[in-house]
Ligand binder design. Structure first.
Ligand SMILES: Nc1ncnc2c1ncn2[C@@H]1O[C@H](COP(=O)(O)OP(=O)(O)OP(=O)(O)O)[C@@H](O)[C@H]1O
Ligand SMILES: [Mg+2]
Length: 586
């Protein structure tokens, strides 16, 4: 059996090279290229000539150097020790690379994705003679304080009986912990190809919201667990901040953060900042349930292309253990630009704005790896994908935003004007949408049966305000009757007291669902009571004099998540303020 194929480089075009003598190699085989043994992948095979994408800096490479294929696809290593890891697109730990080569990644550096020496305390959950097949949990280790890491039978292992299983104890990832009756040995780690999604029992219909603590998202444009969302926004509108908020606060168990092609210094900020973030629910470092993949724009472009698959494969692994995983990709535009550059070097026919014609299918393949599934253990696991999109000039009509829209069902459009006005999060309530409302409704109903009503009322007020503003621009606010001016007033309160949510405000940065509902109920109740008062002849100016308006606007930062009972008291105060007013005007 041939287990390696050797060829010779005949042409070099940046990260794209061609090699002859590769007849026995396979499509998508991983290869070692040149004397530095750089990592590459075969992306085209034609009569023994392989076109290879090289994932490391190959500027020193020369034709005639050797190419070796080991006849296996580009894979990631899955096992305990992934959490807290900071990797490049090829799953090389950045810390190890820095220790070995300094700040700049030297081509050909060989590192191992997981610690080979570390001993993990393995606790078996199955016994000798138990039947197993792919995906079945055989035991676990406590990977971090926050996440129990289940050791599963790797995909594609044939059903068999356990011949022997080790006792509870300390083992490295390379120790054999189970032997099957077909003599196959199972370790705590295994490889999985990054471009092939991991198998599962079945896909399920989405049913719960991914609670993020951000009101505009949870109440107005909710994401379902297992769903897909895009955050498009021009330069500096808050894509990264929103992703950080979600990483910190969303009720996902595991976070995979793919920093894709952002400027080097920006990524350094993320790398410095993220490890300092504290998980608010457990007071432990957030990294204990996070894996980071970092690819800056000064790393080789092909590694950026692959980083997204590396990230999603790691996410699928934790999904298969029964966890809710959230994948953040910042930004998918830089990834699409990598595709464009590689496609250009392959001399493919360009489609819109130079992007390859397969841009939409690649985007689809990525977002399709999201979902809620039944694992082989008959548990539920999910992957939610949240991709930032950075359209040049903030113009949403460009190809990456447009194609992304076809594959996501939740669109949180960042608005330059809101960001300029320091209205954060700058998510537009007019341009955003969510198609998950039906899926998440039941869960919200359990919290409050008014969810849909108050949501619709609030959105109607905001949309009407937009129309009224057109009139106001032409003829001034004086021309509007009081009930319409009330809409303008309430819309202001919705923006100030509800939609704006400062990531730096200790009390307001995260709102539990009950608080989100109460705050909105209070504003809607204010609106309904004011309407009644106006109908009974109360002038709007008198309503505007009510002290309670200011209190409502500040409520988000004065009543904390732990003081929900205070909202009911506040509602009573609100009603009595209006009773007093109505007593005067009836
Ligand atoms: N939710 C928020 N709360 C408070 N401030 C915010 C919020 N969102 C954004 N900002 C402010 O806007 C600045 C820019 O945000 P951010 O870096 O997230 O933008 P970006 O869209 O990722 O930018 P780039 O296009 O450069 O990647 C932040 O440094 C912060 O000052
Ligand atoms: Mg950013």
């Amino acid at each position: 059996m041939i287990n390696s194929v050797k060829g010779k480089i005949i042409s070099i075009n940046g990260p794209i090279i061609k090699a002859t003598g590769m007849d026995e190699a396979g499509m998508l085989d991983v290869v070692n290229v040149g004397k530095n043994e750089l990592v590459g992948e075969i992306i085209k095979l034609d009569q023994g000539i392989a076109t290879i994408q090289v994932y490391e800096d190959n500027s020193m490479m020369e034709t005639g150097e050797e190419v070796v294929s080991f006849k296996r696809p580009l894979s990631v290593l899955l096992g305990p020790g992934l959490l807290e890891g900071i990797y490049d697109g090829l799953q090389r730990p950045l810390k190890d690379i820095a220790n070995m080569t300094g700040c700049f990644i030297q081509p050909g550096v060989k590192t191992y994705p997981l610690d080979l020496k570390k001993k993990w305390h393995f606790i078996p959950i199955l016994n000798k003679n138990d039947k197993v097949s792919q995906g079945i949990k055989i035991g676990y280790v406590e990977e971090t304080e926050l996440i129990r890491h289940f050791i599963m039978i790797p995909p594609e292992v044939k059903a068999a009986k356990i011949k022997s299983i080790v006792k509870e104890g300390d083992y490295t990832i390379n120790d054999t912990i189970v032997v099957l009756d077909n003599d196959q040995e199972i370790k705590m780690c295994h490889y999985h190809p990054v471009r092939r999604s991991r198998p599962y029992l079945k896909k399920l219909t989405l049913k719960e919201p991914l609670i993020t603590g951000l009101r505009i998202i949870d109440m107005f444009y909710p994401l379902a667990k297992g769903g897909t969302a895009a955050i498009p926004g021009g330069f500096g509108t808050g894509k990264t901040m929103t992703q950080h908020s979600l990483a910190k606060w969303s009720d996902a168990d595991v976070i995979v953060y793919i920093g894709c092609g952002e400027r080097g210094n920006e990524m350094t900020d993320v790398l410095n900042e993220f490890p300092k973030l504290i998980d608010p629910k457990t007071n432990q470092p957030l990294m204990k349930r996070t894996i980071m993949i970092a690819n800056t724009s000064n790393m080789p472009v092909a590694a950026r292309e692959v980083s997204i698959y590396t990230g999603i494969t790691l996410a699928e692994y934790y999904r298969d253990m029964g966890y809710a995983v959230a994948v953040m990709a910042d930004s998918t535009s830089r990834w699409a630009e990598a595709l464009r550059e590689l496609s250009g070097r392959l001399e493919e026919m360009p489609a819109e704005e130079g992007f390859p014609a397969y841009l939409p299918s690649r985007l689809a393949e990525f977002y399709e790896r999201a979902g809620l599934i039944n694992t082989f253990n008959n548990e539920e696991g999910s992957i939610s994908i949240i991709g930032a999109v950075s359209p040049p000039g903030g113009d949403f009509s460009e190809p990456v935003t447009q194609h992304t829209k076809r594959f996501i069902r939740c669109f949180w459009a960042l608005d330059k004007n809101l960001a300029n006005a320091r209205h954060y999060p700058a998510i537009s309530w007019l341009d955003s949408y969510s198609e998950y409302l039906n899926e998440v409704m039941d869960e919200w109903y359990k919290i409050d049966s008014d969810y849909e009503n108050i949501r619709t009322e609030a959105l109607t007020i905001l949309k009407t305000e937009e129309k009224l503003n057109q009139i106001v621009k032409l003829i001034g606010p004086e021309s509007l009757p009081d009930n319409q001016r009330l809409i303008l007033l309430t819309a202001e309160m919705l923006k100030k007291g509800y939609l704006q949510q400062n990531s730096f405000d200790e009390i307001d940065m995260y709102a539990v669902p009950e608080k989100q509902i109460y705050l909105l109920k209070i504003i809607i109740e204010f609106y309904n009571l004011s309407n009644k008062a106006i109908k009974k002849g109360t002038p709007l100016v008198k309503i505007k004099e009510l002290k309670i308006i200011d209190e409502i606007n500040r409520l988000k930062s004065t009543i904390s998540n732990k003081e929900i009972v205070k909202f009911e008291e506040f509602l009573n105060n609100l009603r009595s303020s209006f009773e007093n007013l109505l007593n005067i005007y009836t």
